[in-house]
Design a protein around this ligand. Structure first.
Ligand SMILES: [Zn+2]
Length: 213
């Protein structure tokens, strides 16, 4: 039985997620290194992220050190590229005084205020770790970690690790902190909640359908 696919998101029409995308003009370029098993993962949040962000590219694979894409990006951005990954050396992003009036930190630290591109690893916790280990060129660039206390709104895929965020959420929070503009990404985060609900009800409907067979 042939299914009509949405031209934009390439999903069946009933599962189309295009209505949830919010065009957002991110100034900091986003590169998602996506594990191959995440591509077909319909619950994946990167599809929605990619449709929403104006400056976002997704590279699928596991080991990128032999590929031109990543090395070209790394040499293009030099010390202005950073990986969002909680390594031992990761710099914790901070809320600026504008966003949290009780601090005196003010501007972003010198280490993070020149960042023009962020790299995100999209996969389960285990797969992201594996991707990190397989790509030594990612070890020498700056690593960023989000401040603790950001709660996930992502209820579809249960993660065992506390405080783990979906790729979309992690990316939006990192951009909001780096660009010092929380409002800009809030609409997308709000729509992400609706996207969650949609996916959940969609799964439920499918389960009900299967149960009636
Ligand atoms: Zn669509």
């Amino acid at each position: 039985m042939s299914r009509i696919l949405c031209q934009q998101c390439h999903r069946p029409e009933k599962a189309c997620i295009c209505a949830f995308a919010i065009k957002t003009d991110n100034h900091i370029h986003v590169v998602v290194l996506q594990h191959p098993t995440e591509v077909k993962q319909s619950k994946g949040t990167v599809a929605l992220l990619q449709q929403s962000l104006v400056n976002c590219e997704v590279i699928v694979g596991e080991s990128f050190d032999d590929t031109d894409n990543l090395s070209a990006l790394l040499s293009h951005y030099g010390d202005q590229i950073a990986l969002l990954y909680p390594s031992e050396n990761a710099i914790e992003l901070e809320f600026s005084s504008k966003q949290r009036p009780d601090t005196h930190t003010g501007e972003l630290s010198i280490e993070t205020n020149n960042i023009k591109c962020i790299v995100i690893l999209d996969g389960t916790w285990k797969k992201s770790y594996r991707m990190f280990m397989l790509n030594p060129s990612l070890h020498d660039i700056k690593h960023l970690v989000l401040p603790s206390g950001i709660e996930s709104l992502y209820h579809i895929r249960k993660t065992k690790k506390d405080g783990a965020l979906s790729s979309l959420e992690a990316c939006c929070h990192a951009l909001a902190l780096l660009e010092n503009n929380r409002g800009k990404y809030q609409l997308l985060l709000n729509n992400f909640v609706k996207f969650n609900q949609f996916q959940q009800s969609f799964n439920q409907r499918n389960n009900n359908f299967i149960n009636t067979l």
